[in-house]
Design a protein around this ligand. Structure first.
Ligand SMILES: Nc1ncnc2c1ncn2[C@@H]1O[C@H](COP(=O)(O)OP(=O)(O)O)[C@@H](O)[C@H]1O
Ligand SMILES: [Mg+2]
Length: 476
């Protein structure tokens, strides 16, 4: 399932916004990123998508279920009504809707090549301020059909896959391990939607779920001693072919869903492995970091927020894809607001790559303030939000963070005064006005550290220009 298009009418500062999301022919990746200053509308946009998606979840849960409404406060102050329209493509989508849209779904891809039996579904959520008349109305006919198709599948086959839909807002809570766990929960795949759009990371649920699955894994899995004993009894040499078979047997007795979560975490956070629940001295969750055991409460804020995010996505995927051998290949849509939040620069640079490597079939819709997130990634569709309009930006692949800051984020990479002086200096050198250049250089040298590379470059440039002028003078 993936969103093709989203339109906002009078939501927050947006009057009329129409945007297509990746993947599409020019941007085959699964990632769309929104950048823009504070107040440019990134959160409003992501929240609106989440509002629209909440109706899918409610309609899958029950036939007449209602999702989240557009809040009065979100309706543009100059209007009485607002709306969110969404077009998404899904294997159970409505064929009729496809002809309604009447354009090749992916620009540049001939219709015959369209992923077979994937069809679009449109729905529209409207809201009029209380006490006012409105001209727009909610339209959910297509959505109800799509949801009914999923419900039908789920009724027939308990192991059917459901698409993950999740929104991680900036308020996403970070690791709060419950001290007491009340009773036992039942975890069915539909419960993968619990709080997925309202809260995002639900570490309490994560913990409960993990503990429960680990208990049953421990009951049914074959431990190392058992393997040793079997090996000995059968006279199997360690390292031989039969031994490998035994190891395989042991691996396959592990819980598939827990394995998915553990794999996601170690893919995402190199050096971290073997997340488990420990009961002593007190119930807690522990993880191995570079060979040493840690209580997850002891991890840094950045590590915790990654663990919580990746763990949550992986857990939900594992729950919603009980029939998949590798649940990390599950399908869905994940929104993350300010994906760089709490992350060290090296992790910011890698986050998109890691997300798409770990969860290859998820469509990601992200926002960020960090140039590092979007520099050095291929095939990512980046929109800049400005004055509540969205402008697609050319690829930043291979550019460094400074270029991204300058070109996309409209931020000077240096202090403005220094920048101006440096520009004047370069102009003076270019004009062979060496007296002025030397004066500017003196000012800059007094202001900046000795090893400033811009000053060194300017000195070399000046030397070259002096030689050139000298030569020219001799020639004349
Ligand atoms: N009801 C509204 N009417 C008009 N403008 C609004 C309304 N609600 C929010 N805004 C505008 O939207 C901005 C908030 O947008 P937001 O999505 O939080 O931005 P970002 O996440 O990019 O920082 C506010 O600064 C305000 O200008
Ligand atoms: Mg925001």
């Amino acid at each position: 399932m993936e969103i093709k298009k989203i339109s906002l009418l009078n939501i927050g500062g947006f009057k009329n916004l129409d945007i297509s999301l990746a993947p599409m022919a020019e941007y085959p990746g699964n990632v769309t990123v929104f950048i823009g200053n504070n107040g440019s509308g990134k959160t409003s946009l992501l929240r609106s998508i989440s509002t629209a998606l909440s109706w899918f979840i409610s309609r899958v849960k029950s036939e007449k279920g209602n999702g989240s409404p557009i809040l009065d406060i979100a309706i543009n102050n100059d209007s009485n009504e607002a709306g969110i329209a969404i077009t998404l493509m899904d294997k159970y989508g409505n064929t009729q809707a496809r002809s309604l849209v009447n354009v090749p779904l992916q620009a540049g891809v001939p219709e015959g090549e369209l992923i077979e039996d994937q069809f679009v579904t449109n729905w529209f959520i409207a809201r009029t301020k209380s006490g006012k008349y409105g001209t727009v109305a909610t339209e959910l006919t297509d959505l109800s059909q799509l949801a009914a198709a999923y419900r039908h599948q789920y009724t027939q086959d308990e192991n059917v896959s459901l698409p993950l839909l999740a929104f991680y807002s900036v308020e996403r809570v970070v690791i709060e391990v419950p001290i007491k766990i009340k009773g036992k929960h039942s975890f069915q795949q539909i419960d993968g939607y619990d709080n997925s759009l309202s809260q995002g990371v639900d570490f309490r649920r994560f913990f409960e779920w993990f503990r429960e699955r680990e208990d049953s894994e421990n009951e049914s899995s074959i431990n190392d001693e058992a393997i040793e004993a079997i090996g000995k009894a059968l006279g199997i040499n360690t390292g031989g072919e039969l031994w490998d078979k035994l190891a395989e047997l042991k691996a396959s007795s592990k819980d598939r869903q827990l394995t998915a979560v553990r794999t996601a975490i170690s893919n995402f956070m190199p050096g971290f492995s073997d997340l488990k629940v420990r009961r002593k001295p007190r119930l807690h969750m522990s993880i191995e970091k570079n060979g040493k055991r840690l209580n997850v409460a002891q991890m840094s804020q950045g590590e915790k927020s990654l663990l919580a995010l990746v763990g949550d996505i992986a857990r939900r995927l594992a729950m919603m894809n009980p029939g998949l051998k590798n649940p990390l290949l599950g399908d869905g849509i994940v929104l993350i607001d300010e994906v760089d939040m709490h992350l060290h620069p090296t992790w910011q640079r890698k986050i998109i790559q890691r997300l798409t490597d770990t969860f290859p079939n998820i469509q990601f819709i992200l926002s960020t303030h960090s140039p590092l997130v979007i520099s050095d990634v291929k095939d990512v569709l980046v929109y800049s939000l400005e004055d509540h309009e969205a402008k697609p930006l050319p690829s930043f692949y291979g550019k460094d963070a400074n270029e991204v800051l300058l070109e996309a984020m409209d931020t000077s990479i240096r202090n403005e005064k220094v920048d101006e002086l440096l520009n004047d200096l370069l102009d003076a050198i270019q004009d062979s006005d060496f007296d002025r250049a030397r004066a500017l250089l003196t000012v800059l040298e007094a202001d900046l550290p000795n090893d400033n590379t811009e000053i060194s470059k300017a000195r070399i440039l000046m030397r070259k220009q002096e030689l050139r002028s000298e030569k020219n003078r001799q020639r004349d």
